[in-house]
Design a protein around this ligand. Sequence first.
Ligand SMILES: NC(=O)c1ccc[n+]([C@@H]2O[C@H](COP(=O)([O-])OP(=O)(O)OC[C@H]3O[C@@H](n4cnc5c(N)ncnc54)[C@H](OP(=O)(O)O)[C@@H]3O)[C@@H](O)[C@H]2O)c1
Length: 322
Amino acid sequence: MSTMLATRRLGANGPEVSALGLGCMGMSDFYGPAAGAESLATIQAALDAGITLFDTGDFYGMGHNELLLREALRGGRRGRVFLQVKFGAQRDRTGAFLGFDARPSAVKTALAYTLRRLDTDYVDLYQPARLDPAVPIEDTVGAIADCVRAGYVRHVGLSEMGAVTIRRAHAVHPITAVQIEYSLMSRSLETAILPTVRALGIGVTAYGVLSRGLLSDPRRRPPAGPDFRAHFPRFQGENLRRNQMLVEALQGIAAEKGVTPAQLAIAWVLSRGVDVLPLIGARTRTPSARSTSRSGRTIRTGSRGPCQPSRSPAPATAQRKW
Ligand SMILES: NC(=O)c1ccc[n+]([C@@H]2O[C@H](COP(=O)([O-])OP(=O)(O)OC[C@H]3O[C@@H](n4cnc5c(N)ncnc54)[C@H](OP(=O)(O)O)[C@@H]3O)[C@@H](O)[C@H]2O)c1
């Protein structure tokens, strides 16, 4: 059963995809143990809700996330979705990050492995997860462009890159979308990156729309155990306490509108422009269903107003990784 979720065009010349995307990272990595069967059920529920945009990375669970998507998209579902894949992060057996490799040979090798794991002939959008400081972006994007010409990749994307790098990359091959953190808490892209991508007709796939779960719960405890978020300053000590005050304010506004803070936070990102597509990370069906049920359809948000309370402290965010 499929319902009518709104669609948006990804970049000026990209395809129409669901206005919300499902971020699959947490199903394999960073946010605690993988959820197994519930992950498959969550992807199926997202498909049923009309989600067609799915985000993954070859380093999410070191291949686990791609294998999960392969399993979830069996039986003819692959052709119904837009799969975007990040690559380049190097990890060891323990999962520790070793660096980044976006040399042309590494691009083509990583893509070959990804296609095998996903059991598909092409990825819809392929993007370096970060800039490799040792490799000119022209070389990395040039290698992906080779893969486009070979039919293995349909669109080229970038993740977490600055305005100058985006322009240089776009000069080599049209960039369809840039992936970057964007939320009520994280708005630094608005200064230079957003004007740049808009001038070039590049879309934005926004991650961290719920500030990694911070925006959904004013009583959120500091992450513990294997949860990678424990390392983020936004979840620590005084930062967390100040951020919780902001989320309490958001909760009050959400209650007035009859929605949850998470739904309001998603609607706010959707309201930034039709070229901005939120990716919402969910490991289980419940948050995923809540994200698609009302966000961005009937909730009115303003660019000013109580979403940005003037007397509240500034959000304590800083430091992002994957
Ligand atoms: N390019 C990059 O550098 C980069 C970095 C990070 C992430 N990403 C991509 O972006 C995706 C999303 O990012 P993210 O997962 O880090 O952050 P996020 O979407 O801001 O937050 C995810 C958290 O919010 C919770 N949540 C989701 N929907 C909710 C709802 N309706 N109500 C209450 N809570 C809800 C999830 O809960 P549960 O855990 O219980 O499901 C999870 O803890 C990732 O999956 C990944 O694909 C890209």
